[in-house]
Design a protein around this ligand. Structure first.
Ligand code: HEC
Length: 146
C-alpha cells in the first residue's frame, strides 16, 4: 500500500462505516429489533396460529441469550439522546435497577432454555416468564412501549 492516494481513499471510505458500526444507539436498537423478531414466531405458536417447532423455539432462545449478554454494554455515557433513541434517562440515573431488569430477563431466558419445551403447553409458561421481563424493563427504562 505505497500509493498515498489509495491509502487516503481507503481512509475516507472506511470512516463512515466504522462510525456507523460502532454507534451504540443503533446497535442496541438493532439488538432489540432482533429480540422482537425472535418473539414473533413463538407468540404465534402460543396463540395456535403456527405449529410448535422446537428448532424455531431454540433459535429464538439463542437470539435472546446473545442479546442479553450484549445489551448492557450499549448504554455508555453520552448515548443518552440522539439517533431516535427511546432509552429513558433512568438507565443512567438508576443503573442498578436497569442492570437488575436485565438480569431478570437473562434469568427468564436461562430458565426457558433449561426447560427445553417440547410442546406449546410447555412453551407458554416459560414464554410468559420472558415477556414479563420485557415489559418490566420497558416500563422503567424505555420511553414508549409497542
Ligand atoms: C433490560 C431492559 C430491557 C429488556 C429486558 C428488554 N428491552 Fe426492549 N428496549 C429496552 C430499551 C432501553 C429500549 C430503547 C433502546 C433505544 O431506543 O435506545 C428498547 C427497545 C425495544 C424495541 C424498539 C427497538 C427500536 O427499533 O427502536 C423493541 C421492539 C423491543 N425493545 C422489544 C423487546 C422485547 C420483545 C423484549 C423481550 C423479549 C425486550 N425488548 C426486552 C430495554 C429492554
Amino acid at each position: 500500500m505505497k500509493n498515498p492516494v489509495i491509502v487516503l481513499m481507503i481512509a475516507l471510505l472506511g470512516i463512515p462505516f466504522a462510525v456507523a458500526g460502532e454507534d451504540p444507539i443503533q446497535q442496541r436498537e438493532e439488538l432489540m429489533e432482533e429480540t422482537r423478531d425472535a418473539l414473533k414466531p413463538l407468540g404465534a405458536m402460543a396463540k395456535g396460529e403456527r405449529d410448535f417447532d422446537a428448532e424455531v423455539v431454540n433459535a429464538s432462545f439463542a437470539v435472546w441469550k446473545r442479546a442479553g449478554a450484549q445489551f448492557g454494554d450499549l448504554f455508555p455515557e453520552g448515548s443518552e439522546s440522539g439517533g431516535g433513541t427511546e432509552a429513558k434517562s433512568t438507565i443512567w440515573t438508576d443503573r442498578e435497577g436497569f442492570d437488575r431488569a436485565l438480569a431478570e430477563f437473562n434469568e427468564a431466558v436461562d430458565k426457558a432454555m433449561a426447560a427445553q419445551p417440547g410442546s406449546v403447553d410447555e412453551l407458554k409458561p416459560v414464554l410468559g416468564g420472558v415477556t414479563k421481563t420485557c415489559k418490566g424493563c420497558h416500563d422503567g427504562y424505555r420511553v414508549k412501549d409497542d
